[in-house]
Design a protein around this ligand. Structure first.
Ligand SMILES: [Fe+2]
Ligand SMILES: [Fe+2]
Length: 205
């Protein structure tokens, strides 16, 4: 499928990613990309408008492939890139550096991978925490990250995977809740965007 990059073809992009990600993360990214396309087929305008529909599918595929493009960087490289591109980190991100890969990933998608579509960049930016009022693409990347086929099986997964093709906002709520439970169990604080998301998506429960 065509990727929405001004620099690379799909083949070139996959080659680049393969070098930048470890094998597990690479396979996960392909899984997220395919899952995102199938969710966009179910919820987007593919059936109604051929042109818009195809663009949406390509956007879902591109965002899925690139969502973790900053995930496997060495600490030093990550800090260097944050400085170079003036990525401002919240206290929460400074304390929990694994969160940085979403923000930095959106920057690298633009600067290194030639993606200019703001919707794709935003979907990458919020894929870890989610946020209130997500666009269709944002909600799809956030959820595809959770349900893609290579994810470790959790008790809640089968139900979420079924629900998500019928009622996306409800599935987003289920995922947010699961994420909170997981973080609470590990006594980790919850990002403010996730809290706002939970508050907003509660209405779809
Ligand atoms: Fe991620
Ligand atoms: Fe991911």
């Amino acid at each position: 499928m065509q990727v929405l990059s001004e620099k690379y073809t799909e083949e070139e992009l996959l080659k680049k990613l393969r070098k930048k990600l470890d094998e597990r993360r690479y396979i996960h990214s392909i899984g997220v990309a395919h899952t995102a396309v199938s969710l966009m087929m179910a919820h987007g305008s593919a059936q109604r408008s051929e042109d818009k529909g195809l663009f949406e599918l390509q956007a879902a595929y591109t965002a899925g492939l690139l969502h973790d493009c900053a995930k496997c960087l060495e600490e030093e490289e990550r800090d260097r890139l944050c400085k170079k591109y003036r990525v401002e980190l919240s206290p929460m991100e400074q304390e929990h550096p694994f969160l940085i890969h979403a923000k930095l990933g959106a920057v690298l998608a633009k600067e290194k991978y030639g993606v200019t579509d703001p919707q794709i960049l935003s979907a990458i930016r919020y894929h870890t925490t989610g946020k209130a009022y997500m666009t269709l693409l944002e909600a799809i990347i956030f959820s595809a990250d959770f349900i893609e086929p290579n994810r470790k099986m959790l008790d809640c997964l089968p139900e979420i995977r079924t629900e998500i093709y019928k009622d996306l906002p409800k599935a987003v709520y289920m995922i947010l809740k699961q994420t909170m439970i997981h973080l609470e169990l590990r006594e980790q604080p919850v990002d403010e965007h996730s809290l706002e998301a939970l508050e907003y998506y509660k209405q779809f429960a």
